[in-house]
Design a protein around this ligand. Sequence first.
Ligand SMILES: [Fe+2]
Length: 234
Amino acid sequence: MAESLRTHLIEELTDLLDAENQLTKALPKMAASSSTPTLKTAFQKHLQETRGQITRLETALRQLGEEPRRKTCEAMKGLITEGDEMMSNTPEGALRDAVMITAAQKVEHYEMATYGTARTYAQVLGERGVARLLAQTLKEEKAADAKLTTIAERSVNEEAAQEWSSQEEGLIERSTAWMGATMEATSKQLASGARRAGAMVGLAQDSPKPRTTRRSTTAARTRKSSRKTSNRRS
Ligand SMILES: [Fe+2]
């Protein structure tokens, strides 16, 4: 709980310390999953920077008279979990790179917001040494974010869009092939149905005439003979 701006600053730095530590575990995985070489290098470089940022945070906390401690940064945990899910659900390639850039930029912006406000609090509290340390990290975070934008705009986004459209084309081709096969199968079924129906009609024609027909013929003969009889009587 923040009792003063100083304790609030300590809380924020403690939160950042855990956030950076979480990132040191996420970044190697992101670098390993990158298809674009510049993105892989950017993640690897930022991993090294992050280790330096952890040292700065520990120094800043000690300068404020606090021993660095661990407290889970729930926001970073959520951002990493969400990014990880998105990554796992996207096949390797430019599209996955784009997904990782989105996740990484969300992380960078979270850090920029926190480092920016923490630096201002340090300045307000007259902690110039702490403010300098935080300003150095803020500069690195901004540069990392800008680098991700450049990579996205120069190589990843367009390739990701092409990958998507080729996936779409593939889907259309598969759908057309499926529709063709289905229509062929349907027409074959209809043709064989028609042949069966035709055969049944043929059977009906060859079969003996129904009894009702014969009966009616007999009845007609009977009526004829009875007419003859009545004629003879008259
Ligand atoms: Fe960072």
